[in-house]
Write a protein that binds this ligand. Structure first.
Ligand SMILES: *Cc1c(COP(=O)(O)O)cnc(C)c1O
Length: 330
């Protein structure tokens, strides 16, 4: 029988899930002060579940607005009856910057400070964890598009959450790392499958969990470990990103609009000097085996997502194609 067929309550699968959790704990240095939960509904589900677990209606929270994913989280928190204080908003730069350290403060009454550590669509990454600005308020970070792409100091956070699909496994599952003192205070109307305490008490298996996704997650976590862990991932990811940004910056044909200190090592958006060539660029790229380069519909242009799994050779192939396209068409 395969993992698709065995009972999720049986020893074979419970060992598989326990191993995935243990491997995350080893890789990211997660102590027993934190629960590691596998939750339904992806990161978007947590946009609803986080307010449900950490607040009551009418409470205040603080959020940094650094782009499209923080906007979605803010919208959902507002829908959950919260007073959302947007303590920093990068609208003036069209979301190509992050707030400078010390440029904002979090009101003491805020139940948490939320932010998106890597804005997938805009290619903007927060270069620091705002612990000083948040002073005593739990920090909740959406790390979907940079999950386990570099070392992380878990102790700075109240909650780390993200969908598995960008860096760690199949779509549909959220992985949340939650400080235990923040659990057990959920609103009475939170769905049980999103009540962190209930899920922790049931090893994330109140319902039948996405067994195949958890199995694949475990395989990918072991791959990360075999490659040398998060230090090795960071080195490789930074080297890939540096080469791609260098190719963009040294050309007058390609442009990346993001302030250098806020650039993402995972998502690299870029535009062509002449956008009427976009379709030709994409068609030629596809013919060369370079796919998934079309920018998000809301921003246009191109976007290279160079997650953990993207090889050095893949990035080199893109850089070579870009140079050739510029030489012949630019
Ligand atoms: C992809 C993404 C999400 C949404 O994840 P789902 O699993 O589709 O809900 C949320 N935040 C960020 C930063 C993302 O990149």
């Amino acid at each position: 029988m395969s993992v698709l067929e065995v009972s999720h309550r049986g020893k074979d699968f419970t060992e598989c899930a326990a191993d995935a959790e243990a491997t995350i704990r080893r890789l990211a240095g997660v102590s027993d002060d934190y629960a590691v939960l596998f939750l339904a509904g992806g990161a978007t589900g947590q946009f609803s579940a986080i307010p449900g677990n950490l607040t009551q209606r009418g409470d205040t929270i603080a959020y940094l607005n650094t782009g499209q994913w923080s906007k979605k989280a803010i919208k959902e928190a507002t829908r959950q009856g919260l007073e959302v204080k947007v303590v920093a908003d990068e609208a003036d730069s069209s979301y190509t910057t992050t707030p400078a350290p010390g440029s904002f403060t979090v009101p003491a009454e805020a139940k948490y400070l939320g932010y998106c550590a890597n804005e997938t669509i805009g290619g903007v990454a927060m270069p620091y964890v705002p612990t000083e600005e948040a002073a005593g308020v739990p920090i909740v970070a959406d790390v979907s598009s940079m999950y386990l792409s570099r070392p992380i100091d878990v102790t700075k956070f109240g909650v780390i959450f993200g969908g598995a699909q960008k860096n760690l496994g199949p779509a549909g599952m959220d992985i949340s790392i939650i400080r235990r003192d923040l659990m057990g205070h959920a609103r009475s109307d939170v769905p049980a499958i999103w009540d962190w305490q209930v899920m922790a008490d049931n090893d994330s298996m109140l319902n039948t969990p996405p067994t195949f996704s958890i199995y694949l997650l475990g395989l990918i976590l072991h791959w990360i470990e075999d490659e040398g862990g998060l230090e090795a991932m960071a080195q490789r990811n930074d080297a890939k990103a540096a080469r791609l940004y260098e190719a963009i910056d040294s050309s007058s044909f390609y442009n990346n609009p993001v302030e250098p200190g806020s650039r993402s090592a995972m998502n690299v958006p870029f535009t062509l000097a002449d956008s009427s060539l976009d379709a030709d660029f994409l068609a030629g790229a596809s013919a060369a085996g370079l796919v998934n380069l079309k920018g998000h519909r809301s921003v246009g242009g191109m976007r290279a997502s160079i997650y953990n799994a993207m090889t050095d050779e893949g990035v080199s192939a893109l850089i070579d194609y870009m140079a050739e396209f510029e030489r012949t068409r630019g």
